[in-house]
Design a protein around this ligand. Structure first.
Ligand SMILES: *Cc1c(COP(=O)(O)O)cnc(C)c1O
Length: 363
């Protein structure tokens, strides 16, 4: 660990690979001999377009997708996608069918509801979002334009361990908090999106990976910036893109490739998650996991302590040991350790050691 840097378990913005940060720092004043910074050069410059195109190519190759898919870099956060998706696709008597598995899944559904096209295919709200709905629980609307999932529920700490079968209905997934964390058969998804600030880089850009044929729509009754087809046609350069964010995402995906790609990420992420879930499961009930075991997230590990007083003490003492950002979301309470790709095994081991010593001192 670099001197003066902490172990950052925040959910997003989140920890980023140190190598990526250092590379960006080293070339900040003079990008590739241009004599300018990446935030100063024109977004029409060939040097910038090369950065954008390389990032796209690396994302598609990591995901094992061919040229029937394309990558868009958009703004407005994942939250703007919640609105753009129903606007562009749930039309002409069709609805968006939603699996409501947590807070962000519900927010996505609510945007469709505003447009009068929301349908709930399944929800685990009754269960306080401890589990991800199973295939049997999901009832897709007959007139569904798509089925929308939130693949990793950042706040509750649950994640899909299967890809739902939709019988031909396009599958749309918010992967903001588990994008590029493990290999999946991505060809089963028609449209995937992720706010970058968890697993891919800085806040300010959303990465969309989607079938070109699906997003090649330019309905005239939708404001221009909100039409996917425009961004597809213009290679995400319809207006000034968030150049620095795209550059950082490019560096992060290159880093993932250099680490061995998604299977290497998955192996490390599973190892890290196991260390923390073991610490919970072997604590004689001192720590209680929020998620049902078969829905546990590899990315966000949520747990509670016996009292709120102890939870506060845990946060303060962890921070004193440079283990930062472990406080859970207010809607769940307790703790949440976000252990995205960039979190080291060492950081997770330190947290598990701290959990053990804290339990011994306070049980
Ligand atoms: C953080 C998060 C969002 C919200 O992203 P913004 O970029 O802040 O709009 C949406 N979905 C999931 C799964 C998230 O983790």
């Amino acid at each position: 660990m670099e001197a003066n840097r902490v172990y950052n378990f925040n959910p997003g913005p989140a920890t980023q690979p140190l190598e990526v940060l250092k590379e960006a720092q080293a070339e900040f004043l003079n990008f590739k001999g241009t004599g300018e910074s990446i935030i100063e050069i024109s977004h029409r410059a060939k040097e910038f377009e090369a950065v954008l195109d390389q990032a796209k190519a690396d994302i598609l190759s990591l995901m094992g997708l061919g040229d029937d898919y394309d990558v868009l870099f958009l703004q407005g956060g994942a939250s703007t996608q919640f609105a753009m998706i129903p606007m562009n696709f749930a039309r002409d008597g069709k609805v968006g069918s939603y699996v409501v598995s947590g807070s962000f899944a519900e927010k996505a559904y609510k945007e469709a509801e505003i447009l009068g096209v929301g349908h709930i295919a399944a929800t685990s709200k009754d269960d306080d979002f401890r589990h991800v709905p199973t295939q049997d629980e999901i009832k897709i609307a007959d007139n569904a334009a798509y089925l929308h999932l939130c693949y990793n529920n950042t706040i509750y700490g649950t994640e899909y361990h299967y890809i739902p079968e939709t019988n031909g209905v396009p599958l749309v997934a918010d992967m903001s908090s588990d994008m590029l964390s493990r290999p999946l058969d991505f060809s089963k998804f028609t449209f995937i999106y992720a706010g970058a600030q968890k697993n891919l880089g800085p806040a300010g850009v959303v990465v969309v990976v989607a079938k070109k044929s699906f997003i090649d729509v330019k309905h005239k009754d939708i404001p221009t910036m909100l039409r996917y087809g425009i961004h597809l046609e213009k290679n995400s350069l319809y207006n000034t893109p968030p150049a620095f964010c795209i550059y950082m995402v490019g560096k992060t995906v290159a880093w993932i490739k250099a680490q061995g790609g998604l299977s290497a990420m998955a192996e490390r992420n599973a190892k890290k998650a196991k260390i923390l879930y073991d610490a919970i499961d072997n604590s004689n009930g001192f720590y209680k996991g929020h998620a049902a075991k078969d829905s546990r997230s590899f990315m966000n590990v949520t747990f509670r302590l016996p009292s709120e007083e102890l939870e506060k003490k845990f946060v303060d003492e962890a921070k004193a040991k440079s283990l930062c950002g472990v406080k859970g979301h207010r809607s769940v309470g307790g703790m949440r350790a976000s252990i995205y790709n960039a979190m080291s095994i060492e950081g997770v081991e330190r947290l598990a050691d701290f959990m053990e010593s804290f339990r011994k001192a306070n049980a």
